[in-house]
Design a protein around this ligand. Structure first.
Ligand SMILES: [Zn+2]
Length: 52
């Protein structure tokens, strides 16, 4: 089984074609679209940033 990454904002599986990434405090976080990325950037703690 593959362990495909999921968007932390909407929970969708992230496909390579749609992948958007953002470096948050040294960690790369992947999203499925720019809208989700922007929502994460606006409120990273809500979406689990820093929960290691
Ligand atoms: Zn998403």
């Amino acid at each position: 089984m593959t362990d495909a990454p999921c968007c932390p904002v909407c929970g969708n599986e992230i496909t390579p074609e749609r992948e958007k990434k953002w470096n948050h405090e040294g960690a790369w976080i992947y999203f499925d679209d720019m809208g989700c990325r922007n929502r994460f950037i606006g409120n990273p703690e809500k979406y689990g940033a820093g929960a290691s």
